[in-house]
Design a protein around this ligand. Structure first.
Ligand SMILES: Cc1ncc(COP(=O)(O)OP(=O)(O)O)c(N)n1
Ligand SMILES: Cc1nc(C(=O)O)sc1CCOP(=O)(O)O
Ligand SMILES: [Mg+2]
Length: 211
């Protein structure tokens, strides 16, 4: 269920603009969407995520909420993504139930991925793969983690952090199952085109990696 192009929303206060960008990204072929707005109040997050949910449903794209189990359960979204400061994975899993997606940030640490999988995570994320303007102080993660993930995990591994159309082939060749992107999609002049280009590169590079 978690594979291909995984878009994450930017910190956008203008809900109409955000919805237009999300619709364009969906039309461009994203396969997963995470709602993340670190600047918004819980009220604005609820309004924005409630408006995005039916768009994702129309496109049959899983909709994941960043950080908040409460918001995910209130909206009946498809899942939650949590990091080291967002709660205990096993406890969050128990609150969400077996049918929701639970993503866990593992930064540059494979030991965290092994324990996240053990605690019930549906997927893990490693990053930052490259310097990220969205999160400039993120620790740098080696692309070798994806080789390790393929060999030792039975859940998908998502790559995040500074991923662009230029560097995405190297991440896919390294073995990432999914590519999470904020800036290079949502700050592109043409959001739909950017998503289409990522999706096409993902297809081409995956074919190369498997032949
Ligand atoms: C797919 C994906 N991977 C990593 C993160 C980062 O989560 P976290 O470390 O909790 O940081 P914030 O996003 O909450 O700032 C993510 N959101 N999504
Ligand atoms: C939200 C986030 N988490 C990261 C991590 O390394 O865990 S990097 C990151 C920002 C990703 O945005 P962009 O595609 O604009 O670099
Ligand atoms: Mg978080």
């Amino acid at each position: 269920m978690i594979s291909g192009l995984y878009a994450i929303t930017p910190d956008e206060a203008d809900t109409d603009l955000l919805l237009a960008k999300v619709e364009a990204a969906l039309q461009g072929g994203i396969r997963v969407l995470q709602y993340r707005n670190k600047q918004a109040s819980y009220k604005l997050q609820t309004q924005q995520a409630s408006a995005i949910l039916p768009l994702c449903k129309q496109h049959q794209v899983p909709f994941i909420i960043n950080d908040s189990v409460e918001l995910c359960l209130a909206l009946n979204a498809d899942g939650v993504h949590i990091g080291a400061d967002d709660g205990n994975i096993a406890e969050v899993k128990a609150r969400l139930g077996a049918n929701k997606i639970l993503g866990a940030s593992c930064y540059n640490r494979f030991d965290l991925a092994l324990s996240a999988q053990q605690a019930g995570a549906t997927y893990v994320a490693f990053g930052a793969c490259f310097a990220s303007s969205t999160k400039p102080h993120a620790p740098v993660a080696s692309l070798d983690l994806f080789k390790q993930a393929n060999a030792q995990l039975h859940i998908p591994a998502v790559a995040i952090g500074g991923i662009t159309l230029e560097n995405v082939p190297s991440v896919i060749q390294a073995g990432a199952n999914s590519i999470a992107v904020i800036n290079a999609i949502f700050n592109a002049d043409d959001v739909k085109l950017a998503a289409q280009q990522f999706a096409r590169l993902f297809k081409e590079s995956t074919l190369k990696a498997t032949t």
